[in-house]
Design a protein around this ligand. Structure first.
Ligand code: SAH
Ligand code: SF4
Ligand code: F3S
Length: 472
């Protein structure tokens, strides 16, 4: 049993990340382990976790498991979890509670938990105390070893935990079963070294480590060959790409090289305001296949709170960068993340946040109430903002965000936009959906033949969170 260790997870040494190309290996015997068995996987959290799920699926299919969307048919049930806020914690444990009776009825079913929650000491303690009927728990650094973890669990028929809390290395050549045939997530870096005081990611994902450019470019070239039209370059902090490498190569260089592969649509997530360079702006401006959408988390508009959060920029820095982006990148859409109710946030501090929203008029935003995460500095701060105030602030902020989101969308009325049609919308019967270059959801009427095509759409109606249109 290898349990997570918060003190180890906090450590940062000067050691370079090691790149392994041969760590994922699977014996002929393990390739047969899943014959006639089905797996069901549920994913929580960010795009990085979604991409990890794509890796996990491919590994399981290498072992001959097949996927099922019906949990009652599954021989293996996996929850790929997120630790960013408390709400997922409760959802996951609620779900595990429900699975207990299924496990009693069908003891052969393997139930597992992985992802960022697996990296939390408190989660493992709770599992050992109340959910020891689980079969496997593995961490974000252990995905490549899943075949062996599964084999061990099956052999000894008791809970198998394998969670490394090291700073993390890079495992290349892990297969992926991608969700879409047209757009793909591509990790360009892992982990984070920013240590914002509220955030658990540096502990659950390890140190910032950039993939070598040649691996990224080759992956994108392969995707182009396979017919993919869009890639989203993923990292907690993509602007800092390359800073941990020995070579003189940064995010601007990478964006340019990815654009040159000929992939039609290049997106990237997430940009920390701290590391946004003028070179990046130039590259985005000069390459028509790099989309003019920047997700630029603000978190707070108050300098006092930003300092307490450890964000290392001021309200003024943020607004300056925002204006520079808007001036230099034509039709650029900017979206953001905001936390309300951080410890010590006064009404005045909150008004500073509203002031930035009024000045920047974001295209849209994800807004959250501060959630204390065990092990982070902010969780130890005395939280003097009561929950009613937090909820009131969230509501007030959301109203303003929604207002500007609708205003931004109204500008699209009667305009023609280019959209990669991804498929039929799950929520809207019979409608196709896709996104504009600025990442606005578009719903259109149309037949299956349009799926996987980049089409021109005339916008006929604008709403707060989406646009309706007609294929031209
Ligand atoms: N790396 C990205 C953010 C990743 S987490 C960045 O730095 O911008 C996504 C969002 O979750 C964050 O931007 C933040 O707004 C929110 N978040 C993170 N930790 C949180 C916490 N403890 N409570 C509430 N929201 C949190
Ligand atoms: Fe978390 Fe800050 Fe890193 Fe983003 S930059 S993942 S908020 S520590
Ligand atoms: Fe959640 Fe881990 Fe992503 S905490 S947001 S799944 S990096």
């Amino acid at each position: 049993m290898l349990k997570p260790d918060l003190n180890e997870a906090k450590k940062r040494t000067k050691d370079k990340a090691l790149v392994y190309t041969d760590k994922y290996q699977i014996t002929d015997e393990l390739k047969k382990l899943g014959i006639n068995k089905k797996y069901f996987i549920r994913t929580y959290g960010c795009q990085m976790n979604e991409h990890d799920t794509e890796n996990i699926k491919a590994i399981l299919e290498d072992m001959s498991f097949t996927e099922t969307s019906k949990i009652e048919d599954a021989d293996l049930i996996l929850l790929n979890t997120c630790a960013i806020r408390e709400n997922v914690h409760y959802k996951v444990f609620g779900f595990l509670g429900q699975l207990k009776s299924l496990k009693q009825q069908k003891p052969h079913v393997i139930i597992g938990l992985c992802g960022c929650m697996a990296q939390e000491e408190v989660v493992i303690e709770e599992i050992l105390k109340k959910y020891s009927w689980l079969d496997i728990v593995f961490g974000t650094h252990n995905i490549h070893n899943l075949p062996n973890i599964l084999e061990r669990a099956l052999a000894k028929k008791e809970l198998e935990i394998e969670v490394f809390s090291n700073e993390g290395d890079i495992y290349e050549n892990i297969p992926a079963k991608r969700e879409s045939k047209y757009k793909a997530w591509v990790n360009i870096m892992y982990g984070c070294d920013k240590f914002c005081t509220y955030c658990i990611v540096p502990y659950t994902r390890g140190k910032q480590r950039s993939r070598l450019p040649e691996y990224i470019i080759n992956e994108v070239k392969e995707l182009v060959k396979e017919g993919y039209l869009e890639v989203t370059l993923l990292g907690q902090n993509v602007n800092a790409y390359g800073k941990d490498l020995d070579i003189n190569y940064n995010m601007a260089n990478l964006l340019e090289d990815v654009a040159k592969t000929g992939i039609k649509i290049v997106r990237f997530l997430t940009s920390h305001p701290w590391d946004f360079t003028d070179d990046m702006i130039e590259v985005i401006k000069n390459n028509s296949n790099i989309m003019p959408h920047i997700h630029l988390p603000l978190q707070s508009g108050s300098d006092k709170i930003l300092k307490l959060m450890g964000r290392r920029y001021t309200k003024e820095d943020y607004i300056k960068l925002y204006n520079k982006l808007k001036e230099n990148i034509p039709n650029c859409a900017i979206t953001t993340d905001i936390i309300v109710g951080f410890p010590n946030e006064t009404e005045e501090d909150f008004n500073e946040t509203l002031d930035v929203v009024n000045k920047c008029q974001f295209d849209s935003a994800f807004t959250f109430i501060f959630s204390p995460r065990v092990g982070t500095p902010a969780a130890k701060m005395k939280d003097n903002v009561d929950i009613e105030t937090k909820e009131k602030r969230l509501q007030q902020l959301n109203e303003l965000i929604n207002y500007y989101a609708l205003e931004a969308n109204k500008k699209y009325l009667n305009k023609t936009v280019t959209v990669l049609i991804e498929g039929f919308s799950e929520k809207k019967d019979g409608l196709l959906f896709g996104y504009t270059d600025t990442m606005k959801l578009v719903n259109v009427k149309g037949e299956e033949k349009y799926i996987g095509k980049i089409v021109d759409v005339k916008i006929t109606e604008t709403k707060t969170w989406s646009l309706d249109g007609k294929i031209c």
